[in-house]
Every structure is written in structure tokens, then in C-alpha cells.
Design a protein around this ligand. Structure first.
Ligand SMILES: NC(=O)c1ccc[n+]([C@@H]2O[C@H](COP(=O)([O-])OP(=O)(O)OC[C@H]3O[C@@H](n4cnc5c(N)ncnc54)[C@H](O)[C@@H]3O)[C@@H](O)[C@H]2O)c1
Length: 381
């Protein structure tokens, strides 16, 4: 069987390990490799690279991975490995990807591509000019909940889409009286933290692909919890934004409002929910499930604060059935990228799209700082 050598960096981290190494690459290996349109299968052969030899060796041993290294330059110099992947820190990403492109590797990486728009644009230009295959993770598009929304849209269910309401977030513990469930760098500006950079690059591709290209943005950020405790129990100043309240105007006329917050307690269907209201029907999607209400099933509430509510609104929605198997979204996107590398299969999630995500985050931060609406201009890459 043909092999495909993949250099994987940053897979000792939260995302790299769980989503990319275990649930994507190792899962694909366990299934017998990537299936090409010819019926041929190609087996990924990962080499995991990073700083800490002890951690890499233990990880390799635990998962039966034969190759690991702390020498990135040597790994990049190996002509038998043709793909480079990064899920390390946001700030190291662009320079690593640039090095990999210089070494002639096809590149794939986590978002955001960079915390700096100019760097993200320069990298996308470099990748485009190289002719090498390139891509960025756009995992939310592959969530079952949002795939069901796409199916509803394509079926004409919504009629004209009027508005989209997104609620993302949950309470991230401060780290003292309960340990935090996210890394501390997320809350420090100097380490590439902040929810606007983290989430607006997701909302760019979600809105662009599902509801209409983002035309303009107004964003108000906040740092609600200014002090947290890190992985070693040390107090630190959390100077990055931990909540963002953003509104977007979309091509086609829909208006999207998305709240993103690490300082919110959940009383809704899921950690992220999107409500889409259209002239003919509405839908609410979480990560996996999706409920609809058609115009003919819409109840007619009458405002009367003197009477307790008589309608159980949750019961007036129908669930979209799981008529197909929804595989892990990260794995699906990996399979698409590997087929793009191996047989030039169609691929939309390039580093140009990654730069667009960074652009929206940069505009969100600017809108907050200047307290005004900003237009999204073409990047011209
Ligand atoms: N697609 C998504 O939904 C999603 C979710 C979370 C994080 N991410 C992105 O994934 C990336 C990693 O996030 P995470 O939550 O896994 O973080 P993490 O802190 O758990 O992992 C960071 C990784 O980078 C490595 N690293 C840190 N400092 C380093 C240094 N100085 N030199 C070399 N390696 C270093 C760590 O060893 C680890 O492997 C970030 O860019 C983040 O934005 C994406």
C-alpha cells in the first residue's frame, strides 16, 4: 500500500492530540488509510515533532507511532514526508508553515493562521505562489448541527433568511477554587489569547459558507474576569478579552448576532447554538442536534404579562432526524485535505480562507477599540 508521510507539530497540546492525532490521523490509519476515488487506499505515516523528547516518546509509545523527533529542521528536510501539519501555538504557526512551504511541503494547520493580519495575508500569498496544497482547519462547518442547517438551507426550508443568532460559550473556571478547563495562554494577550481572535475566525467561515458573505462588523469585547490562576496555580493578569458581543451584516441581507463568552453559564441546548429565522421556517442547531419550526407549525403567542405562559415553546419544534452517519468533523476535513494532496480533489479551505478569518478578528478588535462599524474589504490575494 502507498504511504503518505505527515510531519505533525503541536500534537502534545489539547487540540493536536485529541482531534488531530487520535480522532483523525490514527483513526484514518485504523480504518485502513484514506480511500481515493480510484478505490486505492493510502496509509498516513505520521512523525510527531516538538520540543519535549520525553513527552513525544511517551505519546508515540502510547499510540504505537513509530517516528518522533525534536529536530524540526531534519524532519522538514526528509523528502519522504510531504505534508506538514501544525496545531502548536498561534504565534509560532506562520513562521513554521512558511518554513514548511520553503521545504516544499504541503501544509495544513489549526486556526488562527496568525494573530497578525499582515502575516496571515503574506503567508496565504506565499502558499498560493508555491503551488503547494495548503489548508486551514474549519471544523465548525463539519459539525452535524451545522451540516443539518446547510441541508435545510439547500432544501429551501428557510425561505429568505432574515437573521442568525449564535450563542457560544460556557463558564471557564478561574483556576483557583476549581482548575480551569482551558489553557491559561487563552487569557493573555501577549501569548495570542483572547476570545475575539479565537472565535471570530470561526464565525467568518461559518457565516460566509452558510448564510452569506460577511460585509461588515460591529464588535464589543470585554475582559470580565481580570485575574486567573494558571496550570501551576500561579495568579496571573488575564488581560485578553473573555467575551465578545458582535453583530454582522451579510451579503443577501441577513443580520447575524453572535455572542462568544467564556464567562457565561449554559441554559440552552448546547455549548454553541445557532438560531436561524427565515420567512418560511426557523431552525436551532447545537453541535449535533437541530430542531425546526415551519411557518405552518408556528404558534401564535399573545403578549400578556398578567398570565403565566401557557405555551411550552420547546415542544413546538421538531427534530431533524439523523438520516446518515455523521463522522468526526476534524477527521472528515483531514480526509478531504489528504485527497486534495493525493488526487487533487476539490478543496475550499485554503490559507486564503484562513487569512479571511484573521481579517474578521482584526476588524472585530478594531471595531471594539474605535467603537464603530467596519466594512470587510476584499483581501486581494
Ligand atoms: N479548531 C478549534 O476549534 C480549536 C480549538 C482550540 C484551539 N485551537 C487552536 O489550536 C492551537 C493550540 O491550542 P490548544 O488549545 O491545543 O493549546 P495547548 O496549549 O493545549 O497546546 C499548544 C501546543 O503547542 C506546544 N507549544 C507551546 N509552546 C511552545 C513553544 N514555545 N515551542 C514549541 N511548542 C510549543 C505545546 O507543547 C502544545 O503541543 C491554537 O492555535 C488554537 O487557536 C483550535
Amino acid at each position: 500500500m502507498r504511504r503518505l508521510g505527515i510531519i505533525m507539530h503541536g500534537v502534545t497540546g489539547r487540540m493536536g492530540l485529541n482531534q488531530h492525532l487520535i480522532r483523525s490521523i490514527l483513526a484514518i490509519c485504523n480504518e485502513g488509510g484514506v480511500l481515493l476515488s480510484t478505490g486505492e487506499r493510502v496509509m498516513p505515516d505520521p512523525i510527531i515533532v516538538g520540543r519535549n523528547a520525553g513527552k513525544l516518546e511517551a505519546l508515540a509509545k502510547e499510540h504505537g507511532i513509530e517516528r518522533w523527533s525534536t529536530d524540526i529542521a531534519a524532519a522538514l528536510a526528509n523528502r519522504d514526508d510531504t505534508v506538514f501539519f501544525d496545531a502548536g501555538t498561534t504565534q509560532m504557526r506562520a513562521s513554521l508553515i512558511a518554513r514548511a512551504l520553503d521545504a516544499g511541503k504541503h501544509v495544513y494547520c489549526e486556526k488562527p493562521v496568525s494573530d497578525d493580519l499582515h502575516v496571515a495575508v503574506a503567508l496565504a500569498r506565499k502558499a498560493k505562489a508555491s503551488g503547494l496544497k495548503n489548508g486551514v482547519v474549519q471544523d465548525k462547518l463539519f459539525l452535524p448541527g451545522l451540516r443539518k442547517i446547510a441541508m435545510l438551507r439547500d432544501s429551501g426550508f428557510f425561505g429568505k433568511i432574515l437573521s442568525v443568532r449564535g450563542e457560544f460559550g460556557y463558564w471557564v473556571f478561574e483556576g483557583d477554587w476549581q482548575t480551569a478547563q482551558r489553557p491559561s495562554w487563552n487569557y493573555r494577550k501577549s501569548d495570542g489569547g483572547g476570545i475575539i481572535l479565537d472565535m471570530l475566525c470561526h464565525w467568518r467561515y461559518v457565516l460566509d459558507n452558510l448564510f452569506g458573505a460577511v460585509k461588515s462588523v460591529s464588535c464589543l469585547g470585554a475582559t470580565h474576569i481580570p485575574e486567573r490562576f494558571d496550570e501551576n496555580g500561579r495568579r496571573y493578569r488575564a488581560d485578553a478579552d473573555d467575551a465578545a458581543y458582535a453583530t454582522f451584516e451579510l451579503e443577501g441581507g441577513a443580520i447575524a448576532q453572535i455572542n462568544s463568552s467564556w464567562t457565561v453559564r449554559v441554559r440552552r441546548d448546547d455549548l454553541v447554538t445557532f438560531q436561524v429565522d427565515g420567512t418560511h421556517g426557523s431552525a436551532v442547531a447545537g453541535l449535533t442536534r437541530c430542531w425546526t419550526q415551519h411557518r405552518v407549525n408556528t404558534p401564535k403567542p399573545v403578549w400578556n404579562p398578567d398570565q403565566p405562559q401557557s405555551i411550552d415553546f420547546y415542544r413546538t419544534w421538531d427534530e431533524v432526524p439523523d438520516n446518515q452517519v455523521y463522522d468526526n468533523g476534524f477527521k472528515l476535513q483531514w480526509q478531504m485535505f489528504l485527497r486534495h494532496v493525493l488526487e487533487d480533489a476539490p478543496w475550499d479551505h485554503t490559507l486564503v480562507e484562513g487569512a479571511k478569518g484573521v481579517q474578521l478578528a482584526a476588524l472585530g478588535l478594531k471595531s471594539w477599540a474605535e467603537r464603530r462599524w467596519l466594512d470587510v474589504e476584499p483581501l486581494g490575494i
